[in-house]
Every structure is written in C-alpha cells, then in structure tokens.
Design a protein around this ligand. Structure first.
Ligand SMILES: [Zn+2]
Length: 123
C-alpha cells in the first residue's frame, strides 16, 4: 500500500522576469513569499512505519532553500528567468537524487496560484 506525503516550506525571495514585454509588472524587481511543497509517494518502511522521515526530507532540501531564501533569484545559476515553472524544475532536479520517493515539486508564488512539476500526466 502506497502513501503520499506532502511537506511545506517557505522562502522569501526577490525576482524580475526578464523576457516580458515592456511595462509588465513582473518585469520589475519585486518579492514573493514562495510556498514550496514536496510530494513523495512510496511504501511504508516495514519497521519504521513511514515512507521517509520529514526531518530527513528537510535536511536534504535545506541546502538548496538556503541558495534561494532572501536572495534575488535571477542571481542563482539556472534561474536567470525565475518563473514558478523554472523554480519548480530547479528544485526538483536538485533534490531528486536525495529524495528518491519525490514525485512532484509545487511552487505557490501567491496564495491563489500553484505550479507543479512534473505535471500529473507526465508522472
Ligand atoms: Zn512575481
């Protein structure tokens, strides 16, 4: 029987989206309180009773969050165009080796928007 875990994190970061038409508000430097949600799917460890220790998940993700938190995302290698889509994929590609049960990374740049990678139909 498989279980799905979701763990939430938050970072505060600045960004500007460089490829937008002149005058678009997201082209200006601005900040977001990004919510980042990791989704894992896996079997319970028969002895420990969990899929993965939440503390261990955080330990694996933290070094990458430290590269993003209270920084200008455009300055981070690989995030020159830091859309939520590119941020999702950047985080996914960084943590996937350390979190084998990871299935999705979700980024919420506002309380009403959500971007996930990979999309369910690709997973
Ligand atoms: Zn924005």
């Amino acid at each position: 029987m498989k279980f799905e875990l979701r763990q939430h994190f938050q970072i505060e970061s600045a960004r500007r989206l460089p490829n937008l038409p002149e005058g678009h508000p997201c082209g200006r430097l601005h900040g977001h309180s990004f919510k980042i949600i990791l989704t894992l799917v896996g079997e319970q460890d028969p002895r420990l009773g969990w899929v993965m220790d939440y503390h261990e998940i955080e330990t694996r993700l933290r070094p990458f969050l430290d590269q993003l938190d209270h920084r200008v995302l455009n300055d981070v290698p690989g995030l020159e165009n830091p859309t939520s889509e590119n941020l999702c994929r950047w985080i996914h590609d960084k943590v996937r080796a350390g979190i084998p049960a990871l299935t999705r990374v979700t980024v919420m740049e506002t309380p009403s928007t959500e971007c996930s990678y990979p999309a369910r139909e690709q997973a």
